[in-house]
Design a protein around this ligand. Structure first.
Ligand SMILES: NC(=O)c1ccc[n+]([C@@H]2O[C@H](COP(=O)([O-])OP(=O)(O)OC[C@H]3O[C@@H](n4cnc5c(N)ncnc54)[C@H](O)[C@@H]3O)[C@@H](O)[C@H]2O)c1
Length: 342
């Protein structure tokens, strides 16, 4: 295993691959980092590739992601293609010794995730996974308080995530399902803030879009968690919410609790005629705008300094095991120990 070094820390050549909803957010962010030079934007859809090129002011656009990875001027890949294409593209990047920032998850199933993590371990290539909430100022502060012992022994964890808009059916088909695609962010927070999860019990329903029954998938779910340290938790999920993007996390300990929630998008509440009004975040793009910037800054800084970026493949694998245990529990209708997945 060789130590990975970029050629010039002041001008790191990047390829943006996948220029859809989140890809364009990442593209704009990475292009604004002073020591990044976006060489190429790639997407199977030529119009999307061109949007990526325009946003990043990249030198080229292409519909061939493998050519972008192989490009000699490219030293790092920013991957934001659909979930089921992550594993082969990450593998191609690792084989070309190109650093990778990838959207979550690493792969669609556990076997492919394990295989990829094994391959990555032998390469020494930096690989960061897009669990952006770890970079949100609220979660950063919560982590600091917990580590400083301000809450005492942690007893309970509660998180809910409600997306404002259902994604397209095409996206849902390729997403791995609600537990893997959406609740995975809350499972990652559970592990980040409390510790390893050893058992889950999931219930799911289709209450909003009957087409999910055919996948099969759910649009509404609750997952009970049992942590290795004895703490207990609940993760709630809804694929849509009429009142806006709705994310809240609460961690309670013997001495205190913290709540991470950004309820007002604009810091103003209008009260009149016995009612109060505030605005909500529209989606992940505005609620986690700072976190998306911070995670890419951290990735590029790690590359420039020859450091190991985080969260990495081991976190992605462990969180995937929890998500798949939840999906399994929903199928079986009973609790599932995470160790059961092997
Ligand atoms: N971290 C987050 O908050 C967050 C938010 C949204 C999406 N995501 C993840 O990001 C990924 C992309 O999601 P999205 O909502 O942006 O999807 P999207 O469908 O909007 O965009 C995907 C883009 O990738 C292109 N594409 C498809 N296959 C490709 C391939 N093999 N090579 C190159 N381009 C290809 C498509 O043409 C499309 O432009 C998913 O894995 C999803 O789980 C993460």
């Amino acid at each position: 295993m060789t130590q990975y070094r970029v050629r010039d820390p002041d001008a790191i050549g990047v390829a943006v691959i996948g220029c859809g909803r989140i890809g364009l957010v990442h593209a704009a962010n990475v292009a604004s980092i002073p020591n990044v030079r976006v060489v190429v934007a790639a997407d199977l859809d030529p119009a999307a590739a061109e949007s990526g090129r325009a946003v990043t002011k990249a030198e080229r656009a292409t519909t061939d992601p493998l050519a972008a990875i192989a490009d000699r001027e490219v030293e790092a890949i920013l991957l934001a293609t659909p979930t089921d294409s992550h594993a082969p593209l990450i593998r191609a990047a690792l084989r070309s010794a190109k650093a990778v920032f990838t959207e979550k998850p690493l792969a669609s199933d556990l076997r492919a995730t394990r295989q990829l993590v094994r391959e990555w371990r032998n390469t020494g290539v930096p690989l960061q996974v897009g669990f952006m909430r770890r970079f949100d100022p609220g979660y950063v502060a919560a982590k600091r308080l917990i580590e400083a012992g301000e809450l005492g022994r942690i007893e309970q964890f509660r998180a809910y995530s409600r997306d404002a808009q259902m994604p397209s059916l095409e996206f849902l088909h390729r997403s791995g399902g609600a537990f893997v695609d959406m609740s995975v962010h809350d499972f990652d927070l559970a592990r980040f803030l409390v510790g390893d999860v050893i058992e889950v019990f999931a219930w799911g329903s289709v209450l909003y879009d009957d087409r999910l029954n055919d996948l099969p998938d759910v649009d509404t779910a609750i997952v009970a968690l049992r942590f290795a340290n004895g703490a207990l938790g609940v993760v709630e999920m809804a694929r849509h919410s009429r009142w806006g993007y709705d994310i809240r996390t609460e961690i309670a300990g013997v001495e205190g609790k913290v709540i991470v929630e950004a309820s007002n998008k604009t810091p103003i509440t209008l009260s009149r005629q016995g009612r109060s009004e505030l605005d909500h975040f529209a989606g992940f793009e505005d609620r986690f705008a700072d976190a998306y910037k911070a995670e890419l800054n951290a990735f590029v800084e790690a590359l420039a300094q020859g450091a190991v970026p985080a969260p990495g493949p081991d976190d992605a694998l462990e969180t995937m095991r929890v998500a798949l245990a939840a999906r399994d529990s929903w199928h079986r209708g009973r609790p599932v120990r995470v160790a059961r997945l092997g």
